[in-house]
Structure formats: structure tokens, C-alpha cells
Design a protein around this ligand. Sequence first.
Ligand code: NIG
Ligand code: FE
Length: 427
Amino acid sequence: MNADERRFIDLLVHSAGQLCVVPGPGPQRGTQLGTLNIVEDGAVAARDGIIIEVGPSSVLRGRYQAQIDIDAGGRSVLPGFVDPHTHIPWSGQRADEFEMRLQGASYLEIMAAGGGIMSTVRATREAPLEALVEENLPRLERMLDYGTTSAEAKTGYGLQTETELKQLEAMNLLNRRQPLELSCTFLPAHAVPSEFQGRTDDYVQHVIDDILPAGAAWMKENDLSLFCDVFCEEGVFDLEQTRRILTRAQEMGYRLKVHADEFAALGGTALAVALGAVSADHLVQTPPEDIEALGNGATVAVGLPGTPFGLGHHAYTPAQKILEAGGALALATDCNPGTCWCESMQMVIALACRYMGLTQAQALAAATLNAAHAIGRGSEIGSLEPGKQADILVLTEDDYRMLGYRFGVNLVETVIKRGRVVAGSQR
Ligand code: NIG
Ligand code: FE
């Protein structure tokens, strides 16, 4: 075929030593996790931001002429990372609390004394909307530089209608101002605000009667769907309170997520599965019967190894047990100012390989395809397959297994979002 017969397209990334497809439809469950379908000397073609073909470079280069032609030069090419659990946007920092923890105070003790989440709530309530957006933009830019092309964002630093809605507005503005796409989660049940101290049931009622309906109205006005999440934890919201909030939220049209078993096993994971939640997250203390439930249900288990690492704890999500049960496992950063201020999914992969016992291939699939399923977007993003968004990474390395192995540096050379180069050296 000569050049004239080639079809014009927007983007061709070719000459990838290893092109990791990470095939769906997925999520990849149990022992399937880590199926990458590597194409050697591979290429990916895209038009209008969507992947149209994946195959050998020789075939695709003969078939297409692209406006943006990227020669991967033998390096590895993968789907963009999806980070399905962050607490962006927030205001301020808590380095003082980290120092207190280094000196022996526990996370839940600091929280019970009015610090912790409540300290970030005070800062976030005070921040004007525009300042909140400006403060969080660099976080998203850093995530993008490190290869995250889609993520989830949560409220939960308002704990009152006005500020919870301000956080949703900030997410909306952040989505308009930069290329990383945020899926939005409503988390008014992240902590009991100091105004309601000692009156958790009253706050739960306020969430149900006032804050959730305000979020549902926002959803309608903005024609967006929202997840509702609850921090089901000892000293925060118990299982019954969690059930009441989530059941009501589901009736109002929210899809569900749960923070479960981070410090104590309260039954949040089994509840998530029973309610058909899209994901159950943290799962450090999850008992065997709840792991069984994950194996039989549709809820994706999200491991957040940056959190125990950030807290200096030694217990991590029992990934192998979840996989043995046939569960679908994803990875996320949990990026937040309290337990884990880390924007990098590459760091999370490095931790998951060491402390959750995942291979690089398993961690990669958990950070892309399965992570996309953990935010209900598994049919649009998370793999290099025709019909999906052209969210593509070119690594600095010619072997994807360098991910997780090398850490603390950025192994992503080029980031492509919806067919456009948005970060990295080729921008
Ligand atoms: O996922 N567990 C609850 N929420 C966060 C911490 C939030 C904070 O400390 O600000 C977490 O670890
Ligand atoms: Fe979290």
C-alpha cells in the first residue's frame, strides 16, 4: 500500500516494544487478574479521541497516516492509569498530625480529639470556591504527569450542605480546566462534624433528610451521576448507620461505594456487596466470610496500600485471599491529607507488589481495567481496545515490569488523554 491509500486518522502510537492491551470486558477476576495480551512491536490508532485499532506496527503503519505520529522507540505502551479513590479536593495540610503520629498518637485518637478529618473540614469550609480549585489543580497536574488519566474525587470535607456542594462545584470546575477526568462521589458521611459531636444519629438523620437530597438535586441540575460513600468505621459510622444512609442514597439515584474495614471489621464489605455497591474500599481487616461475598458479588474490591504505608501500619489488603475467592481487585491512591498524600499510581503499584503480593502484571490490570470498573467506567476506559477512549501511556522503559520494581521516580514519558498528548516529554 502506498502513502496515498492510507487512511487519515488523528493519532498513531507505534513501535511499542510491548503494547499492553489489558483486555476486558472485565473486570479481571480471581486468577484471571494480570492478563495483559502484550502485542510486540505494537501500535494503537485513534480517531476523535477513541481507539479504532490495535495491532502490529507494520500493519497499522501501512493502513493509517496520522496527524500525530508517536514513535515509541521500543518502549512499553499501556492504558492510562485510573485512580478510583481519592479525597480531592481539599484545602490545607496536616504535617503536624503526621509528626504527632510519629511520636505515637494514633489516627483514630487524633480524630477523636477534634483533629484529623475535622481539621481539613475547617480549612475546606473556609476556602472560597476559586481558591479550592486553584489549590487542587496542581494535584491533578501531578497525577496526570505520573500517568493517571481518570480518577474519582470525593466530597467529605464539608460535612454541611453548603461546603459539600462547594466541593462538587470545585470538581466540576476542575473537570473543565484540565484533561484528567474526575468521577464524583458524595461523602457527607465521612466523619461526624464537631457541631454534632456525641449525636451521631442526629447527624445521620441530617445527612438523610437534608444533605443527600441537596446532592441529588445537584446531580439533576448538572446532569451528572454521583456515587454516595460512607466511612463505615469504629467511632465513625456503624453498620446500621451506614446501611440507612446508603439505602436512602440508592433510592435517590446515587450509585454506591463504601469505606470498609480500614481499621476494624464492621461488616461494611458484605453490606456493600448486598446493596450492589460499585466498590468496597480499603478492606484491610476484612473477615473471610466478607471476602467470600466479594468472590460471589459484582462489587469491586479496592486496595489502597498507600494508606497503611502512609500511617506506618503493617496490615495491608489481603489481595491473594480476595483473588482466591474469585474477587475483582482494583488499586487506588486514597490521595488525602490525613492518611496518604500520594498522587502517584506508580507508587501504589510498587507498594501493592511488595505488601499485597501482586505481580507487576496483576498490579497493572488492577490499576487500569479493574480500576475503571471500580468507578463504573469499565466500558469506556482502562484498556487499549477499539471503542475505548484513547488514554495511553508511553513509558520511559522497554519492559512494563519496570513498573513496581523501580519506584520513587516517574517512569511515564508521554501521557495521551482522548487522543491528545497532555503531559510528558513529547508534549
Ligand atoms: O480513606 N478513612 C477515611 N478517609 C480517609 C482519610 C481522610 C483524612 O484523614 O482526611 C481515608 O483514609
Ligand atoms: Fe478514603
